[in-house]
Write a protein that binds this ligand. Structure first.
Ligand code: URA
Length: 233
């Protein structure tokens, strides 16, 4: 049992004050009956309507964003725009955060959610969820790089987990990682004196960035897509 004003404020952009007003104006019903006080407790199975519209309760939200360059993967930043600024008002009342970081100049697949355990599941190195990036570097890709990535590149005295480097063109490759260290791909190529020119994340688990999702746009994930994110094949 939870207070009705709490539930409505978690599920809609209405403030507590606005909810109080709506209750006063007889616009909030529970199972067809008028609610008289904001403190009224409701059960999970109760049907809440606001202005004759049934309130659809979503425990958590899961959004897929095609991140453009120039946005930081944070909830707040004093100097830069954050990826959360790309999410529309109707979701802003939730405690959303990006599940994993992409550098400011990296583009592509990003998951924004308010579900901490989901985020942990896809980020934890123990779960080995694969992330694939399309990378363009400034020099030709060599066999030495491909083999080195496969064996595990050494960064600051620790060895990275084996990564797959698939050459697509002279200077373009797909890189698949199962961990996410700070600037990992840039630093891995740096070991071979290569500079990353373009970096885009295109896949998490078996979920590929939707082709029709333009840069800067987002949408909710389906149940099926959520499952794909946690699966590696
Ligand atoms: N590796 C990087 O270097 N940057 C990213 O944004 C992601 C992976």
């Amino acid at each position: 049992m939870e207070r009705i004003d709490k539930i409505i404020s978690e599920q809609t952009p209405y403030t507590r004050k606005q909810i109080k007003e709506k209750i006063k104006k007889h616009q909030v019903l529970v199972n067809g009956k008028e609610v008289l006080k904001p403190e009224t407790k409701v059960k999970e199975e109760d049907i809440i309507t606001i202005n004759n519209e049934v309130l659809k309760i979503k425990k958590n939200v899961y959004l897929v964003l095609n991140k453009p360059k120039g946005y930081v993967s944070a909830t707040e930043d004093k100097k830069s725009h954050t990826v959360l600024e790309l999410i529309s008002e109707e979701y802003r009342h939730r405690n959303l955060f990006p599940a994993g970081r992409l550098d400011k100049d990296t583009t592509g697949l990003m998951i924004i959610t308010d579900d901490g355990s989901f985020s942990h599941e896809i980020l934890s190195p123990k779960k080995h969820v694969k992330k694939t990036y399309k990378v363009t570097i400034d020099i030709p890709i060599t066999n030495q790089m491909i083999e080195g990535f496969q064996e595990g590149v050494k960064l600051n005295d620790t060895i990275c987990k084996p990564a797959i480097l698939e050459k697509q063109d002279e200077k373009v490759a797909l890189v698949t990682l199962t961990e996410g260290r700070y600037h990992q791909i840039k630093r891995m190529f740096g070991v071979y004196k290569a500079k990353v020119i373009e970096l885009k994340r295109i896949q998490i688990g078996s979920f590929r960035i939707p082709e029709d999702l333009k840069e800067g746009k987002f949408r909710e994930l389906t149940e099926q897509e959520l499952k794909q994110i946690k699966q590696n094949n």
